[in-house]
Ligand binder design. Structure first.
Ligand SMILES: Cc1cc2nc3c(=O)[nH]c(=O)nc-3n(C[C@H](O)[C@H](O)[C@H](O)COP(=O)(O)O)c2cc1C
Length: 620
């Protein structure tokens, strides 16, 4: 979402960012000005259009005043009058002229939400502008339930305000929002770590969301509903032993010294006193006027600060740091776990579709191997998954079948989304590999890329593709075979620490001549936090015939990655013994020493951390 108040020009931003974009317009002129802006927005390729309607006046913001920051000319009062004059008819006129999906941002009253729906908005955006406009206004979660009642299914509902943690996202979704947005949070990530910091913010949110869902006992967001929450009052004031640590005095600095860059990849920059990597320094959200009386987190919200904060009753309170922070909810909703009936979701991360329709999906002229003899249409695969109790799958483009044309897995995955996602193949050494990846991901929905190349895994020609995978947020699958190849993928993975990648088939461990050397190489690989391991049934099949010392080596590999970074895939129909069901059962039984919890991770939960968009079929 690009704001009209954000430099550089809307065209420059559009040209620099590949992801789908929406534009948020503040009205700063007459109809000719508005249509001129909308023409530019459309010409630049923005795919959604948003009007913000909570800014008729600019609030008195003490923090920018204290730092001598002033609004630029685009926000000057003489232009703002246009914003103040907007009527519902104007809204309709702008929506019709734009002809794009239309969002109305800044709705806080059910009556306004009803009017928005009547006037044909596509999305009602419940927002209090992050508490930056009306002081002492309501929290967005306070009004969300009533707005949901009014809007129903007539429009999408987006909510923002104080979203700082995965649990905040859960609360908003449970109350019915279709999407949440963040404002300050991404700003803090950006200030702390630039682009990498923003990615890290999203990674942390993503991880918190998944972990919290797991702890709640739900496997998909559509299992959340208002009954997952109950309003509650703060239980205790923040203290040092909380999960989200509140370190008094200078303890943060000491903690930082004792806990250097390992987890976040950097120390907090001393030049940036206000923000740190998020979970580092945590204090409860307070509203501007509460000045340190610190009601425990509203919306469960916590914020980060790298500067030691004064104790309650001492010093200037929180005002200098967070004068405008207003948490999203005034009710500190609590989450209720729903364990009954929540069964673990099995995700097959390595299965193949080979279409019997060779007119639509012709085999590559160089196709060879099993896929030239066996077809496995996506409908057949889904039926087999249903029989075997497999909820979701990543449809992996089989090697030597369609070359680098990923249409087959993409089409198949789209047909059964969100049960399926596609993992295509590209050659990382190709000059245009990165530019090929973007359209497959952005336009065809591909959610992972498998690398197939004559080049070595750490060939610098592959860096562009890894980098693009980072910015697109798609994981990488990579072949192995020998300890040296594993070391090479480790070099590459270390150069791109935010791409999650996994060798296929346990990096070929089962076929390795020197299993001890291979085990050591994989243990080294596992030291990279972004390295995952894919165990296919192909790698599990031979396990029963291994000698006990070899089995012990295999176990070391699993333990090095931990079940939280190991995922199973059937490799069906390439591995076909016992049919699909046989391959699934192999995954479920081959490693008898795994605990139920370990197995749950390997059979699905790890994969869900990589592909959180996967959702099993609706139950009952
Ligand atoms: C620095 C900053 C600038 C903002 N600029 C705009 C803007 O130009 N247009 C707009 O609609 N909202 C703007 N907002 C509000 C955000 O879009 C969003 O509603 C709000 O920040 C969400 O609350 P949160 O910051 O607590 O996540 C801005 C927020 C911040 C923090």
């Amino acid at each position: 979402m690009v704001s009209s108040a954000t430099p550089p020009t809307l065209e420059d931003t559009a040209a620099a960012a590949e992801s789908p974009k929406m534009f948020q317009l503040y009205i700063r002129g007459d109809w000719a000005w508005v249509t001129g802006m909308i023409d530019r927005i459309k010409a630049a390729g923005y795919q959604g259009f948003c009007l913000t309607v909570d800014s008729a006046l600019y609030s008195r913001r003490e923090r920018p005043m204290s730092s001598r920051w002033s609004v630029d000319h685009t926000r000057a009062p003489q232009h703002r009058e246009w914003q103040a004059k907007v009527t519902w008819d104007d809204v309709v006129r702008r929506r019709d002229y734009a002809g794009l999906p239309f969002l109305l941002k800044g709705i806080m009253a059910p009556d306004d939400a009803a009017l928005a729906v009547q006037h044909g908005v596509d999305a009602v955006w419940v927002s209090n502008h992050g508490g930056r406009q009306l002081d002492h206004g309501e929290g967005t979660l306070d009004v969300l339930p009533e707005i949901m009642d009014v809007v129903g299914d007539a429009a999408e509902v987006v909510v923002d305000g104080g979203i700082l943690r995965g649990t905040d996202v859960i609360k908003a979704l449970a109350l019915g929002a279709r999407a949440v947005a963040i404002g300050k949070l991404q700003g803090w990530g950006l200030a702390d770590g630039g682009q990498e910091g923003v990615v890290r913010v999203l990674d942390i949110l993503d991880e918190e969301l998944r972990v919290s869902m797991g702890l709640l006992g739900v496997t998909a967001v559509d299992q959340l509903n208002p009954s997952s929450l109950r309003p509650a009052h703060p239980i205790t004031p923040p203290h040092e032993m909380r999960a989200w640590v509140h370190l008094p005095g200078t303890r943060l600095v000491e903690a930082q010294a004792a806990w250097p860059s390992r987890r976040h990849g950097r120390r907090l920059p001393s030049a940036c006193p206000l923000v740190g990597s998020m979970p580092r320094r945590l204090v409860p959200c307070v509203s501007r006027r509460s000045q340190g009386t610190a009601p425990a987190c509203r919306l469960g919200g916590v914020i980060s600060c790298a500067r030691p904060l004064p104790r309650r009753g001492e010093g200037p309170g929180l005002l200098p740091w967070f004068p405008h922070l207003r948490p999203c909810g005034t009710l500190p909703w609590r989450l209720k776990a729903i364990r009954s009936g929540a069964t673990p979701m099995i995700i097959d991360t390595h299965t193949h579709v080979v279409s019997s329709d060779q007119v639509t999906h012709p085999l590559d002229p160089g196709a060879r191997g099993w896929s030239t003899e066996v077809s496995n249409d996506v409908e057949d695969l889904i039926a087999a998954m249903d029989r075997a109790g497999v909820a979701c799958a990543t449809l992996v483009q089989p090697n030597a079948t369609y070359g680098l044309d990923n249409a087959s897995p993409c089409d198949s995955a789209t047909q059964y989304a969100p049960r399926t996602v596609a993992v295509g193949i590209l050659d990382p050494a190709a000059l245009d590999a990165a530019d090929q990846l973007s359209p497959w991901v952005n336009e065809r929905g591909m959610q992972g890329v498998r690398l197939q190349s004559r080049a070595e895994a750490d060939d610098p020609r592959g860096d562009a593709l890894w980098q693009r995978a980072t910015s697109l947020g798609v994981p990488i699958a990579i072949g192995g075979g020998q300890p040296e190849q594993v070391d090479r993928m480790r070099h590459m993975g270390a150069r791109h620490p935010t791409v999650r990648f996994a060798p296929d088939h346990c990096a070929g461990w089962s076929g390795a001549a020197d299993k001890a050397a291979m085990t050591s190489a994989l243990e080294r690989l596992a030291q990279l936090p972004n390295a995952y391991m894919r165990l296919s049934s192909t790698s599990l099949g031979p396990y029963a015939d291994l000698t006990p010392p070899e089995q012990a080596l295999f176990r070391r590999v699993i333990e090095a990655f931990t079940p939280q970074r190991v995922m199973w895939g059937s490799n069906f129909p390439s591995s076909g013994a016992g049919g699909y069901l046989g391959q699934v059962q192999l995954g479920q039984t081959a490693l008898a020493w795994l605990s139920d919890d370990d197995r749950r991770w390997i059979m699905g939960e790890t994969a869900h951390t990589l592909w959180p968009m996967l959702q099993g079929p609706a139950r009952g």
